[in-house]
Design a protein around this ligand. Structure first.
Ligand SMILES: C[S@@+](CC[C@H](N)C(=O)[O-])C[C@H]1O[C@@H](n2cnc3c(N)ncnc32)[C@H](O)[C@@H]1O
Length: 209
């Protein structure tokens, strides 16, 4: 895993500290906008969330079947307590070949703030597996912090503080799914509260061998 895990970053492995930090970043408002503009879930959809944290995204998706994979077991334990009343399944662990074999096809796969925790090889392998589980006509939607031209020093400093050690440029993010998806569309979005820029990708037309 390409993550900083020492010093202040080590505290973020605790679910309540992570969630408080997310609130300070304006996460709830950002998630609502991201869901409305990018995910556009409809009732009955099957949705897979990779690196789902505590699965908090499920609260914003309506009447869907939500399947999350998350390597941090304490996030999963907290999420299962919070989500007990919904059609939510959280798996503790990485999404691997075995997971891809076991998951029924999904309409939408979400990779929210996770690619910048992965090496190029790990991310390309993830897209290969997602191409197998996304239904024809389905999509993978990703969001990550990004280095773009014209960013101020303060913004670059905040982005550099991230636990994930692979924050990329738009071109480098766009290259990750191209072996597995025929259409990759990316664009930037701004955090309204902080000088912080995200790269959002929508990947469709899975290429399966
Ligand atoms: C910034 S958090 C985002 C969590 C969640 N998607 C959200 O938006 O609340 C990054 C998450 O990715 C997970 N993660 C790190 N490396 C991963 C990997 N290789 N595969 C899947 N998840 C990973 C971390 O455990 C962490 O929960």
């Amino acid at each position: 895993m390409s993550e900083k895990t020492s010093g202040i970053h080590s505290l973020l492995r605790f679910p309540w500290i992570y969630e408080t930090f997310q609130s300070l970043m304006g996460a709830e408002q950002n998630i609502k906008r991201f869901v409305a503009n990018e995910l556009r879930p409809t009732p009955g959809m099957r949705i897979l969330d990779i690196g789902c944290g505590t699965g908090r995204l499920a609260n914003h998706l309506g009447d869907v079947t939500y399947i999350g994979f998350e390597p941090n077991e304490s996030y999963v334990a907290q999420g299962m307590r919070e989500q007990a009343h919904r059609d939510v399944t959280l798996h503790a662990g990485y999404f691997d070949e075995k997971s891809a074999d076991s998951v029924e096809p999904v309409d939408l796969a979400i990779v929210l703030a996770v690619l910048h925790h992965m090496s190029d090889e790990q991310a390309a392998e993830l897209f290969r597996l997602l191409a197998r589980v996304v239904k024809p006509g389905g999509r993978v939607v990703t969001l990550d912090n990004v280095y773009v031209d014209g960013q101020g020093m303060f913004e670059r400093w905040i982005i550099g503080m991230d636990r994930g050690q692979n924050v990329r440029t738009p071109e480098a993010y766009d290259a990750l799914p191209t072996a597995s998806f025929g259409v990759v569309e990316g664009h930037t979005a701004k955090n309204p509260r902080l000088p912080y820029t995200y790269w959002i990708m929508s990947c469709s037309q899975p290429k399966t061998a």
